[in-house]
Ligand binder design. Sequence first.
Ligand SMILES: [Zn+2]
Length: 132
Amino acid sequence: MKSLTLTKEQLQKMISHVDLHAPLEACGILAGLNSKVESVLEVTNQAQSVVRFVMAPSEQLKAFEWIESNGLDLIGIFHSHPAGPETVSPTDIAEAAYEVVHVILARVEGAWRARGFWIEDGAASEVELQIV
Ligand SMILES: [Zn+2]
């Protein structure tokens, strides 16, 4: 996937969620079709960690079922790096379990910035986020 399209409201929903949980990492799922996000689903970070995230399995399953029953696809996973960096970490690359866009919300000098990445064969490449 070369780009991911999402609305300002969807971006704001992600930022509100991760800001609420900072300095802990927070996470969630992006449901949509093709490369367009239709819904942002918040998921609890079971790890309750400042450096990593583990999606709570029951919530993750519920989100996957919701996506399926609404005729959508899992197209992205987002999580925060409250203390940076703006890119996926080696752990993120090692633990990437789905072929989806990984959106990193990083807090840089007090402001949240979003960047997208595609992880494949142990390497990450940037995916353009188109905010509409
Ligand atoms: Zn990460």
